[in-house]
Write a protein that binds this ligand. Structure first.
Ligand code: SAH
Length: 350
């Protein structure tokens, strides 16, 4: 049975470990029933850290002059995609800052090349783009798009994610466009953004269900010192209504996301592994998640994709990441997914 608004709030505020065991078990059962025991691997390629925006949370923001910028060539991205095939992944995720120099043609050409050469599903995560660009990439063969709405509270969103001049940011509207264009649609939020209240987070989770998301990615907000939100003390002193940016809170949201969207693909994210390197990914997978995203970004670029500091696994090679993920999945008695791992929801919707 799907949780009501008050169930969601009660779970978010629950701190008794014995009670929380009930939530973890429920989420794990729903996960097993609806998406099975396979854990799908999505190879992440962070192909550009250039960004024209000034998001208050993200280290890639334009005003961060300390960051050495890079943009991979199409051949470099293609080499990573070949590596994904070698490792047996079914999907590559092409992610970047909002890089104005990623032209619609360059991207369409790259997607086309990946599609001609491989059978990989292609997921894009390039931020906010025009309907025409999104359509062109869909036509070129892109399968899925990830765009977190970050928070459902419009006032908080406007504060942390300033619009570009003359173009009001409306991620929810873009998510609807993506659906119409036939993408599998992914979104999600950060947990514990300074100023985010319990009511906001409840609404975020309800919105996952209303948008009928195919993929839901959530992670703790991690302050980056080169950003306006970087210096903020988090749970401490932030007021009674402030959601803490903790590991525990993240598991609760992963579990609740599974209960409200039983068929969705839900990753156990790098941000979770950053808070608990030893066990974060496994616990995510045991509390509702069914996807992991091993990093394929070449080592010389990886450290520079610093959306938040001390990101887990920045020094690992792609093959280290691959071996480590496989082992973690097998250790908890789950199976490495075979094939593309498409959203069941997407197929049911038709
Ligand atoms: N430019 C793309 C991709 C951004 S990186 C876009 O805006 O969609 C992907 C996600 O990283 C963001 O959506 C955000 O939720 C998350 N992120 C950024 N900065 C973060 C931080 N300081 N802590 C935790 N997550 C962060």
């Amino acid at each position: 049975m799907k949780p009501t608004r008050s169930d969601i709030l009660n779970w978010l505020r629950e701190d008794d470990p014995r009670q929380l065991e009930v939530l973890w078990r429920l989420a794990d059962e729903v996960r097993q029933l609806h998406v099975g025991d396979e854990v799908h691997l999505r190879g992440l390629i962070e192909f550009s850290n250039r960004c024209m925006r000034s998001c208050a949370y993200c280290g890639l923001r334009l005003p961060n002059a300390d960051l050495v910028r890079y943009r991979m060539t199409a051949d470099e991205v293609l080499a990573c995609a070949r590596e994904a095939v070698r490792f047996g992944y079914g999907t590559v995720v092409l992610q970047s800052g909002e890089d104005g120099c990623t032209t619609v043609e360059w991207m369409a050409d790259l997607i086309g090349r990946i599609k001609v050469e491989t059978r990989l599903a292609v997921t894009l995560s390039l931020g906010e783009r025009s309907e025409a660009d999104l359509r062109a990439w869909r036509v070129a063969g892109a399968d899925r798009y990830l765009l977190r709405f970050e928070t459902s509270n419009p006032t908080l969103f406007a504060k942390i994610h300033p619009s570009l001049p003359g173009m009001k940011s409306d991620r929810i509207a873009i998510l609807r466009v993506l659906r119409e264009l036939g993408y599998e649609v992914g979104s999600g939020v950060m947990i514990g953004i300074p100023g985010q209240t319990w009511a906001d987070l409840v609404r975020d989770i309800e919105l996952f269900a209303e948008l009928d998301l195919d993929m839901i990615g959530v992670g703790p907000f991690i302050p980056h010192p080169a950003t306006p939100l970087g210096g903020r003390a988090l749970s401490a002193g932030a007021g009674l209504e402030q959601v803490p940016n903790t590991e525990l809170m993240t598991y609760k949201v992963v579990a609740l996301a599974r209960l409200v969207c039983p068929e969705a693909n839900i990753p156990s994210t790098t941000a979770l592994a950053t808070l608990n390197l030893a066990q974060g990914r496994e616990l995510g997978l045991q509390r509702g998640a069914n996807v992991v995203m091993p990093n394929l970004t070449p080592p010389q670029y990886r450290e520079r994709y610093e959306i938040y500091p001390a990101k887990a696994c920045v020094r690992e090679s792609a093959s280290d990441c691959h071996g480590c993920m496989r082992q973690r999945i097998e250790t908890i008695g789950r199976a490495v997914g075979v094939g593309r791992g498409d959203s069941r929801n997407y197929h049911l919707r038709g």
